[in-house]
Ligand binder design. Structure first.
Ligand code: ATP
Ligand code: MG
Length: 569
C-alpha cells in the first residue's frame, strides 16, 4: 500500500480525555476516532490490526473444531425474560422498541440467542457436543466507558458457546479452550496470565480470565511467587489463620466513649491498639435485605467472596435507605454484639481475643469482645481481599505478588443455568431428557489490540508485536522525487509484496523527519530507509522499530534477507 493513498490521519497531540497510552496512541496513529462516548469508528490502520487479532482467534477456534456463525445483534426481550436476565442485567442492557412497541435489546452477549437456536435444532446426545463461535459487535451501556476501545460501549467480541451431554465433556472443551486462548495471546505477542475468576452476571460454576499484565489494567491479579497459583484478586484465596491460644484471662466487655472516632485509625490511635485488634463491621445489602460482614481492621472486606459465601444474587454496600430501616444502626459505631442482622465473619476473626468493635450507640465502642462469648456469627469464611506478601493458601512458604492486569479473555463453565431456564434439552442413550451442559468463552478483540499497545510502546509510539502489525515493513525514501531512490523503493516494495510481506511505501513528498516520526508512531516493525547518499554506494538503511538499531545493507541483495530479519522480530 502507498502511504499517500491510505487514510492514516496521524496527530501530534493526544486527545485531552485519553488517560492510558493505548488510547492516546490509537488516536494519534489514526487508528480510531470517537463518535460518541464509548463508541468508536475504526479507521483503516486500526481495522488491519483488529483483523489480525480476529484471524489468529479464528485459526485457533477452528483448530479445536469451533464453527463460525454470525448472530443478530438485536435480540428480542422474550428470550431475556425467559433466562431471567431482562431485569437482572440492569442499565448495562440497551433496551429498544420497534415500531410495534415490541421490546428488544442490543446484545451485550449471546447466551440466550445461541441457546434458543440449539434447543430448537438439537434433540439427541448424538448431536452433541457443539461448539459455535462468532466475532461480532456487542453493546454494553457501561457506567464508565473509558480508555478508548479498551472499555467501550460498542465493541468487538469473539464469543463462543459449547453444548454438551455432561459436565465431563464440558470440562474437556473448557481445557481445550483454555489452551487455545493461551495460543491466541502468545501469538498476539502478549505477556499474560491465566487466572481463576468470578463468574459474575454471566453466571455459572467455574471460570478463568486471561489477564495481560500492565500497570493501566483495571483488575488486580494475585499470584503465588512459588507454586504459580494465580487468581483475580476479587477471588484469590487467603490462607486460613493458625489456631491461636487465648490469653489466661479474657477481658470483660466494656463500653468506652469514643466521640468522633469512627475510622479504624482513629480508634486504634485513641485506644493505643494495633489495627488488627479493631474489628470492622461492614453493612451490605442484597436481595434479601441488610447483612453484616466482619473483617480485621487491617483487612478489607471482599464483597465477591462474601456474595459467593452467602450464595445471594448480588451484594453491595448498604444504601442509606436500607440502613434507615434499622433504627439501631449508627454509622461509624456499628458492631456485631447484639446486632439483629445476619453476621458473616472472616476466618481471621476466629483467631482474635480481646478485640474492639462498635457499640451500636453513637460515640461508643466495646473493648474486650470475644467471639464465642459475645458474638452470634451466621457463618465464617474467607471474606477478605489478599494483599501482596500474604501467604499463598496452596503451597508452603509461597507469598502473593499483586500486579495489575487487563482482562482480555474470559472462559466459563455455565452448567445448566441457561439450558434449564430455557429448556434446552436432549435425549440421552436411555431416551431420558436432560438439560444440556454449557460453556461460554469470550475475547475482546479491540481490548486485545489495545492491551498489546499497553505492553509494547515507547515515547515515540507503538511498537507492534509482529503478528499484530498492520504492515510488516515500511519503505521510506529520503526523497521520493529522486529518480534513483524512487526506482529502488519501487523495486523493494514490489519484490516484498511478491514475497507476501505486507509493505507500506511512504511515497509522500514530505521531508524525511515527519515521515520517520509517522513510521515510529504507527509502529511498523521494520523500516527500510532509502537515500541517495547510501544508494550511491549500493546501500540502504534497515532500522528495527523495537530496538531503534539500524545498519546499512547492500542493495538489492538485502531484499531477499527481509523474510529472515522479520522472523526474529
Ligand atoms: P469487564 O470485567 O472488563 O467489564 P466482563 O467480565 O464484563 O469484562 P465478559 O462478559 O467476560 O467481560 O466479556 C468477554 C470479553 O469481552 C472480556 O474478557 C473483554 O476482553 C471484552 N470486553 C468486555 N467488556 C468490554 C468493553 N466494555 N469494551 C471492550 N471489551 C470488552
Ligand atoms: Mg469478565
Amino acid at each position: 500500500m502507498q502511504f499517500s493513498k491510505l487514510f492514516i490521519p496521524t496527530l501530534k497531540e493526544s486527545p485531552a480525555d485519553a488517560e492510558v497510552i493505548s488510547h492516546k496512541l490509537m488516536v494519534r496513529a489514526g487508528m480510531i476516532r470517537q463518535l460518541a462516548s464509548g463508541i468508536y469508528s475504526i479507521l483503516p490502520l486500526g481495522l488491519r490490526v483488529l483483523r489480525k487479532v480476529e484471524q489468529i482467534i479464528r485459526e485457533e477456534m477452528n483448530q479445536i473444531d469451533g464453527q463460525e456463525v454470525f448472530l443478530p445483534s438485536i435480540q428480542p426481550a422474550e428470550l431475556w425474560i425467559e433466562s431471567k436476565r431482562w431485569d437482572f442485567y440492569g442499565k448495562e442492557l440497551l433496551r429498544i422498541k420497534d415500531r410495534h412497541g415490541r421490546e428488544f435489546c442490543y446484545g451485550p452477549t449471546h447466551e440466550e440467542v445461541i441457546t434458543d437456536i440449539v434447543r430448537k435444532e438439537v434433540r439427541s446426545y448424538r448431536q452433541l457436543p457443539i461448539l459455535l463461535y462468532q466475532i461480532q459487535t456487542k453493546f454494553r451501556d457501561e457506567v464508565r466507558p473509558r480508555f478508548g476501545i479498551m472499555r467501550g460501549r460498542e465493541f468487538m467480541m469473539k464469543d463462543a458457546y459449547s453444548f454438551h451431554a455432561d459436565e465431563k465433556d464440558t470440562q474437556h472443551t473448557y481445557s481445550q479452550m483454555a489452551e487455545a486462548y493461551g495460543n491466541i495471546f502468545k501469538r498476539c505477542g502478549l505477556d499474560f496470565k491465566q487466572v481463576q475468576a468470578d463468574s459474575g452476571t454471566i453466571g455459572g460454576s467455574f471460570s478463568h480470565e486471561f489477564a495481560v499484565l500492565a500497570d493501566s489494567g483495571e483488575d488486580e491479579i494475585g499470584f503465588c511467587d512459588s507454586c504459580g497459583y494465580a487468581s483475580n484478586l476479587e477471588l484469590a484465596g487467603s490462607k486460613p489463620p493458625s489456631p491461636s491460644t487465648p490469653p489466661a484471662t479474657l477481658q470483660e466487655l466494656k463500653e468506652v466513649e469514643t466521640p468522633g472516632k469512627k475510622s479504624v485509625e482513629d480508634i486504634a490511635g485513641f485506644l493505643n491498639l494495633p489495627a488488627r485488634q479493631i474489628v470492622k463491621t461492614i453493612l451490605l445489602e442484597n436481595e434479601n435485605g441488610l447483612v453484616a460482614g466482619l473483617v480485621r481492621g487491617d483487612h478489607e472486606i471482599n464483597t465477591i467472596k462474601m456474595r459467593n459465601l452467602i450464595g445471594c444474587e448480588w451484594l453491595q454496600a448498604a444504601g442509606e435507605e436500607a440502613i434507615a430501616k434499622h433504627p439501631g444502626l449508627h454509622c461509624g459505631y456499628v458492631g456485631p454484639v447484639g446486632l439483629d442482622l445476619p453476621v458473616y465473619a472472616d476466618n481471621e476473626i476466629s483467631a482474635l481475643h480481646d478485640f474492639v468493635t462498635g457499640a451500636n450507640k453513637p460515640s461508643a465502642h466495646l473493648t474486650g469482645v470475644q467471639v464465642k462469648r459475645d458474638l452470634k456469627i451466621k457463618q465464617f469464611g474467607d471474606l477478605r481481599t489478599v494483599k501482596a506478601n500474604d501467604p499463598c493458601p496452596h503451597c508452603e512458604g509461597g507469598r502473593y505478588q499483586v500486579k495489575r492486569g487487563i482482562e482480555v479473555g474470559h472462559i466459563f463453565i455455565l452448567g445448566t443455568k441457561y439450558s434449564s431456564a430455557m429448556k434446552a434439552v436432549y435425549l440421552d442413550q436411555q431416551g431420558k431428557e436432560n438439560a444440556m451442559v454449557m460453556g461460554c468463552y469470550g475475547i475482546g478483540v479491540g481490548r486485545t489490540a489495545a492491551a498489546a499497545i499497553e505492553q509494547n510502546h515507547d515515547d515515540r509510539g507503538i511498537v507492534w508485536p509482529r503478528n499484530l502489525a498492520p504492515f510488516q515493513v515500511i519503505v521510506i525514501p529520503v526523497n521520493y522525487s529522486d529518480e534513483e531512490s524512487k526506482a529502488a523503493c519501487d523495486t523493494i516494495y514490489d519484490r516484498l509484496r511478491e514475497l507476501g510481506i505486507e509493505t507500506l511505501l511512504d511515497d509522500r513528498s514530505d521531508r524525511l523527519g515527519p515521515k520517520l516520526k509517522d513510521a515510529d508512531l504507527i509502529g511498523i516493525p521494520l523500516q527500510i530507509i532509502v537515500g541517495p547518499k547510501n544508494l550511491a554506494v549500493g546501500q540502504v538503511e534497515i532500522k528495527i522499530r523495537k530496538t531503534n538499531e539500524s545498519d546499512l545493507r547492500p542493495y538489492p541483495r538485502v531484499i531477499e534477507d527481509i523474510p529472515n530479519i522479520l522472523k526474529d522480530l
